[in-house]
Design a protein. Structure first.
Length: 98
């Protein structure tokens, strides 16, 4: 038996897969989206960009932007009954539509 890997992207075959027509690089405009402090954002991992991605556990969650941090943003995300701090680049975030 081979020992299973325990990396950050394990068990993510379904989450980290694009449809056949969406394969390849994402639009560069995703990188330049600006978020304001206090604004809500959905965490949606972009599998074509590895850098600045939060943990797979937070994929699909909604968080509130606390502060910018370099090219990334600090988010407060509810995970169960706790609020956790997540650092994510804008390529992996989407604005919440009201």
């Amino acid at each position: 038996m081979v020992k299973a890997s325990h990396g950050l992207r394990r068990k993510g075959r379904n989450i980290l897969r694009k449809s056949p027509r969406a394969r390849g690089f994402s639009a560069i405009t995703h990188e330049f989206v600006q978020f304001e402090v206090g604004e809500q954002a959905n965490i949606y991992l972009d599998p074509s960009v590895h850098k600045g991605a939060p943990h797979i556990r937070f994929h699909g969650k909604t968080g509130r932007v606390l502060a910018p941090q370099g090219r990334a943003y600090v988010l407060s995300v509810r995970d169960g009954d706790k609020y956790k701090t997540v650092i994510s680049r804008p390529e992996h975030m989407r604005k919440v539509k009201n």
